[in-house]
Write a protein that binds this ligand. Structure first.
Ligand code: 0O2
Length: 231
């Protein structure tokens, strides 16, 4: 739905301006389309791993996968904030999180296993790894971020597309979503007691992850005793 202001601008524009706007719209659509395809490629790879694990292992290490491509408004806002030229080539080079995939795993060991299985695939190029699980941020944020390139096969040939994949456990995801909501609500003026509370909660979540993993290993290695036969 176009806003009244946009409709007014359209009414005032001459035919040259209108065709420039149409060309710009098409260019932006093509720009974002590649990222949608890149996300779909990564999601398919993760779905295949998830399904194979469920069938072969009877155990699913991936709890959920979510994907998003930033809106053009948010791409332009971030490029502007980072001092990147508002030119699509410069933005493609300068921003690594236009396409994003988030993978939530049950346990920390699953995170590393899935990262390894995904990033060792032949057509994936890893550009950067930030391991905030091994080295959490000072506020307690934990996740493992991989910036990778995946080829997207278009009519003109293969094109590498950059995708940021965030891997975390359920507990890390729970924490990150509350922390994000807190900052959104207080708009950076978060009271110190809430900041401290979140940092403590991140430690509690990490402790829960470790305890749950130990219990999970015990349950997986448990073999029920053979039934005794009464004579
Ligand atoms: P959104 O809307 O989730 O995409 P960058 O700002 O990405 O250019 P930076 O800060 O070095 O560079 O990237 P980093 O550390 O890899 O973090 C990028 C993303 O990780 C963020 O994206 C968040 O999604 C997540 N993240 C990082 N730190 C925190 C944190 O302290 N709390 C929470 N809740 N999430 C975090 P965006 O662009 O901020 O947002």
């Amino acid at each position: 739905m176009l806003s009244p202001r946009t409709l007014e601008l359209f009414a005032q524009a001459d035919s040259g301006t209108l065709s420039d706007l149409t060309a710009l719209r098409d260019e932006i659509s093509r720009f974002l389309m590649r990222y949608r395809f890149g996300v779909a490629e990564v999601e398919t790879k993760l779905d295949i791993l998830r399904e194979e694990f469920s069938l072969v292992d009877g155990y699913n290490p991936i709890e959920r996968i979510s994907c998003r491509v930033k809106s053009i408004e948010s791409v332009l806002e971030k490029a502007d904030r980072k001092g990147i030229d508002l030119d699509l080539d410069a933005i493609r080079e300068g921003l690594s999180d236009i396409a994003g995939v988030r993978v939530v795993c049950s346990f920390v060991s699953d995170v590393y296993r899935i990262v390894q299985l995904l990033t060792s695939q032949d057509d994936i190029t890893v550009l950067q790894v930030k391991d905030y699980i091994a080295q959490p941020k000072p506020n307690g944020y934990r996740s493992l971020h991989v910036i990778l390139e995946v080829p997207v096969f278009l009519s003109g040939g293969a094109e590498p597309v950059r995708v940021e994949v965030q891997f975390r456990t359920i507990a890390m995801d729970f924490w990150a979503s509350l922390e994000h909501k807190t900052y959104y609500k207080y708009e950076t003026q978060v009271p110190q007691h809430l900041i401290d509370g979140l940092t403590d909660a991140a430690e509690t979540a990490a402790h829960l992850d470790a305890t749950m993993e130990q219990l999970h290993l015990k349950v997986r290695s448990y073999r029920p005793p053979a039934p005794t036969i009464a004579i």
